[in-house]
Design a protein around this ligand. Structure first.
Ligand SMILES: Nc1ncnc2c1ncn2[C@@H]1O[C@H](COP(=O)(O)OP(=O)(O)O)[C@@H](O)[C@H]1O
Ligand SMILES: [Mg+2]
Length: 376
C-alpha cells in the first residue's frame, strides 16, 4: 500500500483482490467497486467543486446510468420535528464576554504568530490530491464524539478545499452524523449506493444520491435511522472505493473498534483519527488502540492523529499528561475542548462554535490532511 500516485489503478486492483470473498453477504456481482476499475488509461481525476451542484439532480429521479433493481427508498426525516423544536435555539460555544475579549486579544502582539499558523494550516488543508483520500474516524466506545469530530472534519475540509468533500457514515448503530451535518432527511444509504454505483456515472449522477450539506460538501448516511442490517465489510470497501473516484477527501464516521468495518476502515484509510475521551480510562484504552495500529504492516501509526475530546466541562484529567501518554508511540494529539454548542447536540453551526473549538478543528483537519497526502 505504499505505491506512488502513478500506481493508483494498481492499488485499486489490489484492494479489490483483498476483499474477503466469504464474508459480508453483499452481492459481489453488483459490486460497483469491482467494475469501477477504469479500463482506459485515463487517470480518474478528482473533479472540481464547480462541476458539482446540489441542484443538478433531484434525488427522487435517479441517474439514468443507474440500474437499481430494488425500489427507491423513501425520504425520511433525520429527527422528529417535535424534537427539533424541543432542542431550542443553538447556543454559542463562547459566552458573550469571552467573544468580546477574544476580539481584543487578536489585536495584540501574538496576532502575527497566529496569522502565520493559520496560513500554514490553510496550506496543508488545501494541498492538491491526485486521487481521492479516505480519512477514517473511530474510537474505542460510542458517545465520545466520533460523529462530532467527523462532522467538524468534513465541514472544515470542505470550507478550505475547492474540490468535492464527502462525509460518509459507516456506523450502523443509529449514528448521529446526518443530524450533526444538518441533514433534515435522508434517503439513499451507503448500502444502496454499493448496488447502484457504476463506473460510467458522472459526479453529477452520484451526487443525486447524496445529501447536500448546507455549507457545501456531501453526506452519505449509513441508513435511514432505523435499526437495520449493519454495513458489512464488502459493502464498505465497494462504496469507498467507488466514491474515491469522485471525491478529493472522504471522511468516514466509523463504528467503534474493534468492529470489523472499523478495523477495515482503519486499515485501508490514508489517514486515521482515534477519538479519545478525556478520562483516564479513555486515554488508557486509546493507547491500546495505538499499540494495535503500530502492529499493522504499513505504518498505520504514522498516519494517525488522536482527537482528545472533552465531552463534559467537568473533565479533571491533566490534558498535558494524557497527551504525553498518547504521544509516546509517536502520534500527534489534538485536544478538542468542551464546547457548549457541541454539547447541545443537533446540527452543528460553524458560526456558533467557540473560537478554541474552531481552531482545534482546523488544526486537526490540517494534521489529518498532511498525513493523508503523504501516505501511499
Ligand atoms: N467537544 C465537545 N464539547 C461538548 N460536547 C461534546 C463534544 N464532543 C461531543 N460532545 C457531546 O457528546 C455527544 C456524543 O457525541 P457523538 O459525536 O455523537 O459521539 P459518537 O459518535 O462517538 O457516539 C454529543 O451529542 C455532544 O453532546
Ligand atoms: Mg456517532
Amino acid at each position: 500500500m505504499t505505491t506512488g500516485d502513478g500506481d493508483w489503478q494498481r492499488d485499486l486492483v489490489r484492494e479489490l483482490t483483498d476483499v474477503p470473498q466469504s464474508g459480508g453477504g453483499a452481492s459481489h456481482s453488483a459490486d460497483p467497486g469491482a467494475q469501477s476499475e477504469p479500463r482506459s488509461e485515463v487517470r480518474p481525476e478528482v473533479r472540481s467543486k464547480a462541476s458539482a451542484s446540489p441542484q443538478t439532480r433531484d434525488p427522487r429521479t435517479p441517474a439514468p446510468a443507474a440500474s437499481s433493481p430494488a425500489p427507491a427508498p423513501e425520504s425520511l426525516p433525520t429527527i422528529d420535528p417535535r424534537l427539533a423544536i424541543a432542542l431550542g435555539r443553538p447556543q454559542h460555544g463562547d459566552s458573550t464576554a469571552r467573544r468580546a475579549g477574544a476580539g481584543l486579544r487578536r489585536l495584540t502582539a501574538s496576532a502575527g504568530r497566529e496569522v502565520a499558523e493559520q496560513t500554514r494550516y490553510a496550506e496543508e488543508l488545501q494541498q492538491p490530491v491526485t486521487t481521492g483520500r479516505v480519512v477514517a474516524v473511530t474510537s474505542i466506545r460510542g458517545g465520545v464524539g466520533k460523529s462530532t469530530v467527523s462532522a467538524l472534519l468534513g465541514r472544515t475540509l470542505n470550507h478550505y478545499r475547492q474540490d468535492p468533500v464527502l462525509t460518509l457514515e459507516a456506523d450502523a448503530a443509529l449514528g448521529t452524523l446526518p443530524v450533526r451535518m444538518g441533514a433534515e432527511s435522508v434517503r439513499w444509504s451507503a448500502g444502496d449506493l454499493a448496488r447502484i454505483l457504476t463506473p460510467a456515472m458522472q459526479l453529477t449522477d452520484v451526487t443525486g444520491y447524496l445529501v447536500p450539506v448546507a455549507d457545501g460538501g456531501w453526506l452519505l448516511p449509513a441508513g435511514q435511522g432505523r435499526v437495520g442490517a449493519p454495513l458489512d465489510v464488502a459493502t464498505y470497501r465497494a462504496v469507498t472505493l467507488a466514491l474515491r473516484r469522485y471525491f478529493a477527501v472522504t471522511v468516514v464516521d466509523c463504528e467503534t473498534l474493534p468492529g470489523e468495518v472499523a478495523r477495515t476502515a482503519m486499515d485501508t484509510a490514508h489517514a486515521r483519527v482515534v477519538v479519545a475521551p478525556m478520562t483516564a480510562e479513555g486515554v488508557h484504552g486509546t493507547r491500546q488502540v495505538l499499540d494495535w495500529l503500530a502492529s499493522l504492516p504499513h505504518s498505520a501509526l504514522a498516519s494517525t492523529v488522536v482527537a482528545l475530546s472533552a465531552a463534559t466541562p467537568d473533565a479533571t484529567l491533566d490534558t498535558k499528561a494524557a497527551a504525553a501518554h498518547l504521544r509516546e508511540p509517536g502520534v500527534t494529539v489534538v485536544a478538542l475542548p468542551y464546547d457548549r454548542h457541541l454539547a447541545q447536540g443537533g446540527p452543528i453551526h460553524t458560526a456558533k462554535l467557540a473560537r478554541d473549538t474552531r481552531d482545534a478543528a482546523v488544526r486537526l483537519a490540517a494534521e489529518v490532511m498532511r498525513r493523508a497526502v503523504r501516505v501511499r
